[in-house]
Design a protein around this ligand. Structure first.
Ligand code: OAD
Length: 260
């Protein structure tokens, strides 16, 4: 593992052990992002100090049972998150933008998978994104599964425009106990990538936490970019500690420079 020192951090952290310098060129890159990539945009992570799950226990707001028990409380939690996202103070940061630039300029295959429900990758310029845990700006009807764009507050009592029933409008977000989205597509991409990069995730939630294992098993190099060690840091080919806004632009520029 590489620590993130205070002075000249990137040079120290990346250059001497640079994956891109040792093994190149990469032809297929898969990136998995988590809440850490949006932290410097002002969105709280889940498990850091003062994280979202500290003030709002998971079992109260992020399970189908919680919604069944108290749909108003659950929708209020996500309405607040949506309002913050759209309130004008949250913007994509240098890490989001660097991934978008990489997508644009990389000649090989690039896949961006995010656990985040915010739209900062989109606003940063990324085009193809697998939102495996759903999206805050999408609602759905719990009865008929009809999914629709939503930029204001959701009220479970409102009528579904598709099935016309009331009482089950909720965010189109994957809760604990539900199946993440796009799993087949993501697995296919990971199986054929030669570089897997995990950014800003604690690796506490499966199946996303197991993606690096699959990539490694299939022969890919695995790189972690995170502020603090995650539960899987030791398993990565390389783990670099530091803020995403500094690490991601530098690392992805280097990968691009050494690409085919
Ligand atoms: P976590 O809150 O579990 O982890 C955030 C990670 O980001 C931590 O490892 C931090 O060290 C790191 N981090 C914080 N600030 C950073 C920065 N500026 N630069 C780089 N890294 C930074 O969030 P996730 O791993 O995304 O699921 O959580 C995974 C899933 O658990 C979420 O998608 C959510 C949650 O329950 C659902 O709600 C379904």
């Amino acid at each position: 593992m590489v620590e993130y020192p205070a002075s000249n951090p990137l040079l120290y952290a990346w250059k001497p052990v640079g994956l891109a310098e040792r093994i190149m060129p990469y032809s297929s890159v898969v990136v998995l992002t988590g809440a850490g990539i949006s932290a410097e945009s002002g969105l709280k992570t889940f498990r850091d100090n003062d994280g979202l799950w500290e003030g709002h226990p998971v079992l109260d707001v992020a399970t189908p049972e919680a919604f069944h028990r108290d749909p108003k409380l659950v929708n209020t939690f996500y309405n607040q998150r949506r309002a913050q996202l759209l309130g004008g103070e949250v913007h994509p940061n240098a890490a989001h933008k660097a991934l978008a630039a990489f997508e644009k300029n990389f000649k090989g295959e690039f896949t961006l998978v995010t656990q985040n429900v915010d739209d900062l990758h989109e606003r940063g310029g990324s085009i193809e994104i697998y939102h495996m845990h759903g999206r805050l700006l999408q609602g759905k009807c719990g009865y008929c599964e009809h999914s629709f764009e939503i930029r204001s507050d959701l009220n479970h009592l409102d009528q579904c425009s598709e099935c016309k029933r009331s009482g089950a409008l909720r965010p189109d977000i994957v809760w604990f106990g539900e199946m993440p989205m796009y799993m087949d597509e993501i697995e296919t991409k990971i199986r054929r990538c030669d570089l897997f990069v995990s950014i800003g995730t604690s690796a506490a939630v499966y199946p996303a936490a197991g993606f690096s294992d699959l990539a490694r098993y299939c022969g890919a190099k695995t790189l972690e970019l995170n502020l603090a060690p995650s539960s899987k840091s030791e398993d990565f080919s390389e783990s670099i500690l530091g803020p995403a806004t500094q690490l991601v632009p530098q690392v992805f520029e280097e990968i691009l420079e050494t690409a085919i």
